[in-house]
Design a protein around this ligand. Structure first.
Ligand SMILES: [Zn+2]
Length: 121
């Protein structure tokens, strides 16, 4: 039921930013490191939004490819295999530079019969 709690979190954020306006769509960025099934997320989103200003809103998403960055030499690479070691200097202290996203990129709301795109960040 991971996707259910994520859907509730998206709903909460979208409603907060919509400030009383009807939400038409929500654009997400979801990293490939995230164990999220987008179809399942959409399914739960439809359920949790019932009776709210997000009811009927489209949940759109873009997948973000994983990018690792070495903490010693700042080299960045896309891992082919889950090997968390820098191919440049061999350092094992690496951070996930991209791929762990689970962010709302923008929200489209209805305002005075027009649609308007707002960015929560
Ligand atoms: Zn390195």
């Amino acid at each position: 039921m991971h996707e259910l709690s994520l859907s509730s979190a998206i709903l909460e954020t979208a409603l907060r930013h919509a400030e009383g306006r009807r939400v038409k769509s929500v654009q997400m960025r979801i990293g490939t490191m995230r164990q999220v099934v987008p179809d399942s997320l959409g399914f739960y989103f439809d359920i949790v939004t019932r009776g709210t200003l997000c009811e009927g809103a489209e949940l759109e998403h873009e997948r973000v490819a994983t990018l690792l960055r070495c903490e010693s030499c700042a080299r960045e690479w896309r891992p082919e295999l889950p090997i968390f070691r820098c191919p440049g200097c061999g350092c094992g202290e690496v951070e996930i530079a991209a791929g762990n996203e689970f962010d709302i990129d923008s929200i489209v709301v209805e305002e005075n019969e027009e649609t308007k795109c707002i960015a929560p960040r």
